[in-house]
Design a protein around this ligand. Structure first.
Ligand code: SF4
Length: 166
């Protein structure tokens, strides 16, 4: 068992320092906050603690059998699922061109690595892009209409809110 210092790969700005435990087979088996970091001081939130699931569980593991609207799916290894995605991507590029591929970025599960690193691929193939997430721009417009700018609200205004969703 060895421990590696790294940072949480999520999309929030905290970038908490974490330590991952890796067993002898190379599998990550634990995630914990790094108490030695002077800023984040061992903190790790419920999203960060679930990072382990993002590595091993939240993958494309089932593929459709036959064409849509078939609702039959079969379990496949990650390597096979990845090959299928790559083949489909190639097919779309060949038949319709790069404008038919939409790179949807700025999703809630993305940090610096997961956000910026794949952009090299999408830039290389000339994929269509969103303006950050599909809802970010509309949110900024709505806030601007109300406040004049879209810097967000003053923290003290939170106390007057009748609904807070997060
Ligand atoms: S552990 Fe939580 S608060 Fe820290 S960077 Fe990750 S998602 Fe953000």
């Amino acid at each position: 068992m060895r421990y590696v210092k790294t940072v949480c790969p999520r999309d929030c700005y905290d970038t908490c320092s974490i330590i991952v435990g890796i067993d002898d087979s190379g599998r990550i088996v634990s995630v914990m906050g790094d108490s030695k970091n002077p800023v984040t001081q061992g903190f790790i939130c419920p999203r960060g603690i679930k990072d382990l699931e993002w590595v091993y569980v939240n993958r494309v593991l089932h593929v459709r059998e036959g064409d849509k609207p078939s609702k039959n799916f079969k379990r496949v290894p990650w390597s096979e699922a990845l090959d299928i995605v790559a083949e489909k991507l190639k097919d779309v590029l060949k038949e319709y061109g790069p404008k038919a591929v939409l790179h949807l970025e700025y999703a809630g599960n993305m940090g610096l690595l997961t956000w910026y690193f794949p952009q090299r691929l999408w830039n290389a193939i000339g994929a269509t892009k969103t303006d950050y997430s599909i809802c970010s721009r509309s949110g900024h417009e709505a806030i601007s209409l109300y406040y004049g700018l879209s810097y967000g609200i003053r923290p003290e205004e939170l106390l007057k809110m009748r609904l807070i969703a997060y």
